[in-house]
Design a protein around this ligand. Structure first.
Ligand code: CP
Ligand code: NVA
Length: 337
């Protein structure tokens, strides 16, 4: 049977059907089980993988590296200051060179056009490790974590609190809509998602039956919530915006009051990480000194509470990224999805 994922890139959630996306989640769970039982799964023996990072990363870089090694491939990290890309060489030329040497390419950076150009010109599968627009590998980990918790996805309600127009919010909105998960965006109007993202999500929601809600009202937002999700108020590349975002988002923090409002014993809290829940970071300290707040998008209490699943979620980055690389580059058995 042909592997329908073979040779494809993983650039944005919209490029996959709901059945394909959910199959990738289930295949990730299978690879996770193999890893836990020490059963080898070296689908990419002898392959070479380039890891391009214009922006910094802990989880995504670590996940691609460990997953590649587990699959029998060699990962090569190429950081922003290591290569010519963008500064001395066009994306097209770099892609053509890397495509002749590597079997697959991961890219994390600013521009969605750049990751798409890499895919067009390299001729090998390209995996989006985050751009300003989307964070698709994060979505596989997030919805795997949710499925592990609740057993199934369709009909659940995910509430995203905070900056409603960043990459993670965009991806959650579209992926939730694709998979039949209701998505509530709890943000100030100034930070509601862009119309184009909303239109895309609405078109998927019409097919899946998911409900989409954008609201500034906390009670309305958390009604029926199964998952409360937040992300940083200031994303990579926006570091001059702390003051503006703190004043816009201080009432959109995930704290115990909001959790209580949701009134669901089974509720879980997710965060893609890294998180500002204390002052143990350079930015955290700086913000505390300048603006007098010690926690931003989530309180330390919630972060360490029984609701929290973000470290499971972080681990799942590795199993899900492994699944994407294995099926787009290797030959595992893939039934007709
Ligand atoms: N969640 C996530 O992408 O983390 P990193 O920025 O550490 O890769
Ligand atoms: N929105 C965040 C996500 C980090 C994983 C950022 O882009 O910095």
């Amino acid at each position: 049977m042909t592997n329908i994922f073979k040779g494809r890139s993983f650039l944005a959630e919209k490029d996959f059907s709901a059945a394909e996306f959910e199959w990738l989640i289930d295949f990730s769970a299978h690879l996770k089980d193999l890893k836990k039982r020490n059963i080898p799964h070296r689908y990419l023996e002898g392959k070479n993988i380039a890891l391009l990072f214009e922006k910094t990363s802990t989880r995504t870089r670590a996940a691609f590296t460990v997953a590649a090694v587990d699959l029998g491939a060699h990962p090569e990290y190429l950081g922003a200051n290591d290569i010519q890309l963008g500064k001395k060489e066009s994306t097209e030329d770099t892609a053509k060179v890397l495509g002749r040497m590597f079997d697959g390419i991961e890219f994390r950076g600013f521009s969605q056009d750049m990751v798409e150009d890499l895919a067009t010109f390299s001729g090998v599968p390209v995996w989006n490790g985050l751009t300003d627009a989307w964070h698709p590998t994060q979505m596989l980990a997030d919805f795997l974590t949710i499925k592990e918790e609740f057993g199934s996805l369709a009909g659940l309600t995910l509430v995203y609190c905070g900056d409603g127009r960043n990459n993670v919010a965009n991806s959650l909105l579209v992926t939730g809509a694709l998979l039949g998960v209701n998505v509530h965006i709890f943000s100030p109007k100034e930070l509601f998602p862009e119309q184009s993202v909303l239109d895309l999500a609405q078109s998927f929601a019409a097919a899946s039956g998911a409900n989409i809600l954008l609201t500034e009202d906390a009670d309305q937002a958390v009604k029926g919530a199964d998952v409360l999700y937040t992300d940083v108020w200031v994303s990579m590349g926006e570091e001059d915006k702390f003051q503006e975002r703190i004043s816009l988002l201080k009432n959109y923090q995930v704290n115990m009051e909001l959790i209580k409002k949701a009134d669901n014993d089974k509720l879980i809290f997710l965060h893609c990480l890294p998180a500002f829940h204390d002052t143990h970071t350079v930015y955290g300290k700086d913000v505390a000194e300048k603006f007098g707040i010690k926690e931003m998008e989530v309180t330390d209490e919630v972060f360490r509470s029984k609701y929290a699943r973000h470290f499971e979620q972080a681990e799942n980055r590795m199993h899900t990224i492994k699944a994407v690389m294995a099926v787009t580059l290797g030959d595992p058995f893939v039934p007709r999805v």
